[in-house]
Design a protein around this ligand. Structure first.
Ligand code: ADP
Ligand code: MG
Length: 262
C-alpha cells in the first residue's frame, strides 16, 4: 500500500483552476521529487498532500485513510511539512524551536521528557545545527534557519517529510547535506517528497520525479524517463545537456529557447 496517495486531484482558488487531474503516489522508502517551472503548482500540491488545504475534487490518503478523516494530531505526527522559505518569526533559542517538533506527541500539560530531549539532540546533530543551539533563531542567516526548521521536522519523527524547496537558500555543501539527510530519512517505512528547482540534484537524489506544468502533470516516472532534453525544452523552455552513465543522470541547463516561457 502507498504511504501517501492522491487520485485525480483538482484544486481551485477563487474559481481559478490551480491543479487539475493530478495523480500522485509515494511508497515507503521513496524520495520523490516534485519539479516544474515557477507557478506550475508544486507548492499547492505539497499543501494538498499535507492536508493544510483540501482539494476541490479527488482525495489524498495516508496509508489508505483519507486525510480528511485523520485527527490534526495524527496528521502532525505522520506528516512533516517544511514550507517554502521557511523562517522563524519569534525570537526563541534554536533548541526550543526544534523542540516544537515534539508538540504533536505532548498534551498541553506536558513538558519535554528525556526522550523528547534526546530526539531534539539527534535532530540538531543530523542537521549539523548543534553549534547554534543557544542562538536566537531570528539572528541566524536564511540558510541556517532552513536547517533549524528542518531539524524541527526531524525531531517530530514523522513518517513522511514534505519539503518545499529546502535547498533554495543553501550553499553547495548544505544543499548536498540536506539532500543526503532526506535520502536517509526515506528508508524503511518512511518516505519524503521534495520540491526542487535544481534538476541536477533532483536527478542525483530522487527515486522518481513528477513534472508539473501549468497545474497539470506533464509526466512522471524514473529520473531518466522524465529528465530528457525534449521534456526540459517543452516544459522549461531551456536547451539542456542530459548525460546518463553508471553514476546516474546529470543535467546541465545550457540556454533559453527564445522567450517562449510565459
Ligand atoms: P509553484 O510552487 O510551482 O511555483 P504555486 O503552487 O505556488 O506554484 O502556485 C501555482 C499557481 O497558483 C500560480 O499561478 C500562483 O500564482 C497561483 N496561486 C497560488 N496561491 C494563490 C492564491 N492564494 N491566490 C491566487 N492564486 C494563487
Ligand atoms: Mg512554490
Amino acid at each position: 500500500m502507498n504511504l501517501l496517495e492522491a487520485r485525480d486531484i483538482g484544486y481551485r482558488i477563487d474559481g481559478v483552476t490551480i491543479l487539475d487531474a493530478i495523480d500522485f503516489e509515494l511508497a515507503a522508502g521513496e524520495l520523490v521529487g516534485l519539479i516544474g517551472p515557477n507557478g506550475a503548482g508544486k507548492s499547492s500540491l505539497l499543501r494538498l498532500l499535507t492536508g493544510i488545504v483540501t482539494p476541490a475534487r479527488g482525495e489524498v490518503r495516508l496509508a489508505g485513510e483519507p486525510l480528511s478523516r485523520l485527527s490534526p494530531q495524527r496528521r502532525a505526527q505522520s506528516l512533516g511539512y517544511l514550507v517554502q522559505d521557511a523562517r522563524a518569526h519569534w525570537p526563541f533559542p534554536v533548541d526550543k524551536v526544534v523542540g516544537l517538533g515534539r508538540l504533536p506527541y505532548q498534551g498541553w500539560w506536558q513538558r519535554d521528557d528525556a526522550a523528547d530531549r534526546a530526539r531534539v539532540e539527534r535532530a540538531l546533530e543530523l542537521t549539523e545545527t548543534l553549534a547554534y543551539r543557544n542562538r536566537i533563531v531570528t539572528t541566524l542567516s536564511g540558510g541556517e534557519q532552513t536547517l533549524v526548521m528542518l531539524a524541527r521536522i526531524f525531531a517530530g519523527e514523522c513518517s513522511v517529510i514534505l519539503a518545499d524547496e529546502p535547498v533554495a537558500a543553501l550553499d553547495p555543501y548544505h544543499q548536498l547535506h540536506v539532500m543526503e539527510v532526506l535520502r536517509q530519512h526515506a528508508a524503511g517505512e518512511r518516505a519524503a517528497v521534495v520540491v526542487l528547482h535544481d534538476l541536477a540534484l533532483a536527478a542525483r537524489f530522487c527515486d522518481r520525479l513528477y513534472l508539473l506544468s501549468h497545474g497539470r502533470l506533464d509526466c512522471s516516472g524514473a529520473v531518466a524517463e522524465v529528465l530528457t532534453p525534449a521534456t526540459i525544452a517543452r516544459v522549461y523552455g531551456v536547451d539542456s545537456r542530459v548525460e546518463c552513465d553508471a553514476a546516474g543522470v546529470s543535467v546541465t541547463p545550457l540556454a533559453r529557447i527564445g522567450n517562449r516561457h510565459p
